[in-house]
Design a protein around this ligand. Structure first.
Ligand code: SAM
Length: 320
């Protein structure tokens, strides 16, 4: 699949639900009431089959909301995995409920996992997530490593006056457990765009803080792909930290993604409020492929060259 700017689209982010068991302050607005929209399992399966066998999608990331809250998750992964048409099936999660699920997710066919962890301090974690229990996420990370979902990637959204003083400590914690630790600039998304304006910690500063603690070597070829990764001396082959500068150095020219929300809409750009309805192509048991092709074609051709900052949805609804 090639868009109007010549970008190959082979990554799909599929949001299974807009319900999350946490409510991170930069992701879920104060006023948000969780509606708990769950994607239909058969719809999700048929859409992945259609996109991977007919349109070259090779990388699938299951997200939300919180994908571990999606009841048929394991069965859906098993069915998608059996297609044999994807290079990887990955999941982004807060890991609050991972301890009990990691092994069976691997057995179902999950290839890798990204776990969100913005702080390693219990009181800060509880504050930013509005009530999350840090021990559950920390344990979830350890269990994911034990289950072989390696390399486990830890996603940290760097935020001024919240965790900017902890950047090297979080990296240290993750490296010690063999994880790749990735620091993300906070992005201006929908009604919470102002959070990015107020709390952005630029990639240059994240790197400066990491450089003070670690000896880093940029990994050739990784620059802005979209992460820029660095090997950390003394931490072996898995010793890697990365920075995703989505706000100060957007990687739109290298963006290979489309998203599908739990409301069955295609979103071609995270910063663009335009969405394309796929629900109308679903008759309850099968996908009308010619109609879906037409919707997809419109969505991909409308993918903007650069993110226009015109998103009205929140990240929790879009699928981060
Ligand atoms: N509940 C899961 C989790 O916490 O990983 C998956 C959904 S969450 C929306 C996916 C990712 O989006 C998380 O790593 C979260 O930190 C990130 N995210 C949410 N809002 C963001 C923002 N404004 N800028 C950058 N990353 C954001």
């Amino acid at each position: 699949m090639i868009d109007a700017c010549g970008r190959t689209i082979d990554h799909l982010r599929l949001s299974l639900t807009d319900y999350c068991n946490l409510a991170c302050r930069y992701c879920v607005p104060d006023s948000a009431t969780p509606c708990g929209q769950m994607i239909d399992e058969n719809f999700a399966y048929h859409v992945v089959r259609w996109l991977s066998t007919r349109h070259g999608i090779r990388h699938l990331r299951l997200t939300g909301g919180e994908p571990l809250m999606y009841r048929p998750l394991h069965r859906l992964i098993r069915r998608i995995s059996a297609l044999g048409s994807l290079r990887e099936i990955t999941l982004t999660t807060n890991a609050q409920a991972l301890e009990q699920q990691a092994e069976s997710l691997v057995a179902a066919g999950l290839t890798r996992i990204n776990i969100s962890l913005d702080t390693i301090q219990a009181d800060r974690f509880s504050h930013v997530t509005r009530g999350g229990e840090i021990d559950r996420t920390l344990r979830g990370i350890e269990v994911a490593v034990e289950a072989g979902l390696t390399p486990v990637k830890i996603n940290v959204v760097a935020q001024r006056s919240f965790n900017d003083d902890e950047i090297a400590d979080i990296a240290q914690w993750g490296l010690k457990r063999g994880c790749i630790v990735r620091f993300l600039e906070v992005m201006p998304i929908g009604p919470l765009a102002h959070v990015a304006d107020k709390h952005l910690v630029p990639a240059s500063e994240i790197l400066e803080r990491l450089n003070k603690r670690f000896e880093l070597r940029a990994i050739p070829g990784s620059l802005g792909q979209p992460a820029t990764d660095y090997a950390v001396t003394g931490h072996g082959i898995r010793g890697v930290v990365g920075i995703i500068a989505a706000t100060t150095r957007p990687f739109c020219d290298r963006c290979r993604r489309i998203r599908i929300t739990s409301r069955a809409s295609i979103v071609a750009c995270v910063h663009d409020g335009t969405s394309f309805d796929l629900q109308s192509c679903w008759d309850g048991t099968s996908l009308r492929v010619e109609d879906a092709d037409e919707v997809l074609s419109r969505a991909v051709l409308a993918k903007p060259k650069e993110g226009p900052r015109k998103q009205s949805l929140t990240m929790v609804a879009l699928g981060g």
